[in-house]
Design a binder for this molecule. Sequence first.
Ligand SMILES: Nc1ncnc2c1ncn2[C@@H]1O[C@H](COP(=O)(O)OP(=O)(O)OP(=O)(O)O)[C@@H](O)[C@H]1O
Ligand SMILES: [Mg+2]
Length: 246
Amino acid sequence: MTTSEPALMLRNIHKTFGGLVAIQDFSLDLFPGSVVALVGDNGAGKSTLVKIISGVHRPTSGEIRLDGKTVKFTDASSARSLGIEVVYQDLALADEQPVYMNLFLGRELTKKPFGLLDKEGMRRASQALVDDLNVRIPSAASTIRDLSGGQRQGIAIARATHWARKLVLLDEPTAALGVAETARVEDLVRSLRKRDLAILIISHSLDQVFRLADRVCVLRRGEQVGIRETRHTDQNEIISMITGVR
Ligand SMILES: Nc1ncnc2c1ncn2[C@@H]1O[C@H](COP(=O)(O)OP(=O)(O)OP(=O)(O)O)[C@@H](O)[C@H]1O
Ligand SMILES: [Mg+2]
């Protein structure tokens, strides 16, 4: 276990949508250089929690602390500006744009004095980034539309890696991928951990959870069932926590 201070602390988070309780009394610490897997059945509240941490949803009550300081995100960009990046299953890449424009989406480099896009600068920086992360694509000038699912996911993770200062949230990043592509994405997640980022990953694959995570946090119908260290538990225990069946 790491001995550093938590990058993110969640305390007694509640979230209701109208009459529906999506999250109740959820507390968790995420540490730099450590991976927590968030697991639970469909509708358990996993994506809702990621959206709360990334500023998309406001918690109904409870506290979020970043580096020990209470934060209140007003929207996703306020969370991004504090170093939190999200990789969604549905990616949110611009299909018709080249890789380098996607990596700099919303944060484009410009040239002085006229403020024109510095395409060459972004292309070079993007190429260095994908080379560094070993994301195999034809080139940083390739159009997203022409890439495979695994390559696209690599770009989405490269973007998160480039901009995240504290925390990367991954919501089922390999759900649509084949075996080899999944292995590459898992390598990328390990490289994020080496960069000392805190990582929260949602996955329905317990094999993947046990390959990647230091700790596993189980949600059942919005309730936090428990947190286990991966090396002190097994799939059977996690499955019975997810289902409530012993
Ligand atoms: N914007 C919303 N408005 C109303 N209800 C919502 C909203 N988002 C989620 N919910 C509800 O909150 C509950 C938790 O949904 P959530 O998407 O967090 O589940 P999940 O654990 O990510 O499930 P899955 O594994 O299927 O992705 C569900 O009952 C869902 O219908
Ligand atoms: Mg979900």
